[in-house]
Design a protein around this ligand. Structure first.
Ligand code: NIG
Ligand code: FE
Length: 406
């Protein structure tokens, strides 16, 4: 048993069985001052105030956390970190005036990454992905969802998903895989979109399911990408093969993707830079977690999701990084939390819940991650000496992690 003692504040405690927070529940973060926490075999075994701390002699290792916070590691429920190379030329094109949709329309963007990935060996792709996972763990993420979607042919989509599987087997982080064959129409299918959707439904999805390579199916349901009708076909095929839907929607337009997602009991609908009251209504009383990606709003200069309105209407909100080479080349969940506060006007408590328990829910792991709960994974951040939780998004460039336990 390992023991952390003298914790100034143990932050993010939840009772067993709470899997997400909605509406005003998002205002609360339960903490204990002057606390201890014990863990064994990778799981949290106990915690409480120092008055109830077990004798230090009973522990294999004692970690003194005087002046420090201990909190659950972040959960990043939406990433595209299995990609090859980088796209800084498009970054320069954007600076010079092109927007994301214009770059995509002239064959850049996702198709550019697909070409690069096609030319990259599986080993090299694994090394690149693993190094991003290591970078993200160092920045405090303990659970990471990773999407395919830069293959866009059966062969290359399966290559990506095999890489993600190997990352899952070799990384201490909790990894979940999402099949995103419908990220763009593959170059070979240009002008033949129905045939591409057929390929996704009839060849890719069965192959992914047969190999046990993903738990989720995602579609980029947005203007210029896939229509709600195409999305329905793909989610139907995915659901019939046991893949749970997650959706990209409302990044470029009010796409109808939120409504398709909730109709198919999607675990999450993600992006949501552009929404109206209709999306809020579609999400009421649903199991679907609205997930906002402020890193891509920041990077592309798009509107930020209306998280405060969602919460005021009783919904939960999750935040994730969207780490990818085109719209959000960063997997720093602390920065995401800071953007949640600074740009979306979430309180630090709301942003913390959005980056922990709710993002755990949005990737199907909130039974084992996302809070300080007995029996959950001991994936913890021990902070540097900081005055409070709010300091973390406030002084958002000051290093705050002293030690990661994962
Ligand atoms: O979530 N919007 C669609 N997909 C990614 C971007 C992918 C890319 O540009 O490479 C996103 O922002
Ligand atoms: Fe994305």
């Amino acid at each position: 048993m390992k023991l952390i003692v003298n914790i100034k504040e143990l932050v993010g405690i939840l009772p067993e069985g709470v899997v997400r927070k909605q509406g005003s529940e998002m205002d609360d973060v339960t903490s204990i001052g002057n606390a201890f926490l014990s863990f064994q075999d990778g799981k949290i075994t106990d915690f409480g105030t120092m008055d109830d701390c077990p004798a230090e002699e009973t522990a294999d290792e004692v970690i003194d956390a005087s002046g420090r916070l201990v909190m659950p590691m972040f959960c990043d429920s939406h990433t595209h970190i299995c990609y090859a190379g980088s796209r800084e030329q498009e970054f320069i094109d954007k600076i010079n005036g092109l927007d994301y949709a214009q770059i995509a329309a002239r064959g850049g963007g996702i198709l550019n990454s697909a070409d690069l990935l096609h030319r990259t060996s599986e080993e090299d792709l694994y090394d690149q992905t693993m190094s991003r996972v290591r970078e993200m763990i160092g920045k405090g993420s303990g659970a990471i969802e990773i999407k395919s979607g830069y293959g866009l042919s059966t062969e290359d989509e399966l290559k990506m998903l095999r890489v993600i599987k190997k990352v899952r087997e070799n990384s201490p982080a909790l990894i979940k895989a999402t099949f995103l064959g419908a990220h763009a129409i593959g170059r070979a299918y240009s002008g033949r979109r129905d045939e591409y959707v057929d390929l996704v439904c009839k060849e890719m999805i069965p192959a992914v399911a047969l190999g046990g390579l993903a738990e989720f199916v995602d579609v980029f349901c947005d203007e210029g990408f896939f229509t709600p009708e195409e999305t329905e076909r793909i989610l139907e095929a995915g659901s019939s093969h046991g893949l749970v839907p997650k959706i990209h929607a409302n990044e470029l337009a009010c796409s109808g993707g939120v409504q398709v997602g909730t109709a198919f009991n999607a675990l999450s609908v993600d992006h949501l830079e552009r929404t109206t009251q209709a999306e809020i209504e579609a999400l009421q009383d649903k199991k679907t977690m609205p997930t906002m990606l402020p890193g891509s709003s920041f990077f592309l200069g798009m509107p930020y999701g209306k998280a405060k309105e969602f919460i005021a209407d009783g919904l939960g909100v999750a935040l994730a990084s969207d780490y990818n080479p085109g719209s959000s080349p960063s997997g720093d969940m602390r920065f995401v939390m800071a953007l949640g506060c600074i740009k979306m006007r979430l309180t630090p408590n709301q942003a913390f819940n959005a980056c922990t328990v709710n993002s755990a829910y949005a990737m199907g792991v909130s039974d084992v991650a996302g809070s300080i709960t007995r029996g959950k994974r001991a994936s913890l951040i021990i902070t540097k000496p900081v005055p409070s939780l709010a300091f973390i998004p406030y002084c958002h460039q000051t290093p705050f992690i002293e030690r990661i336990i994962i």
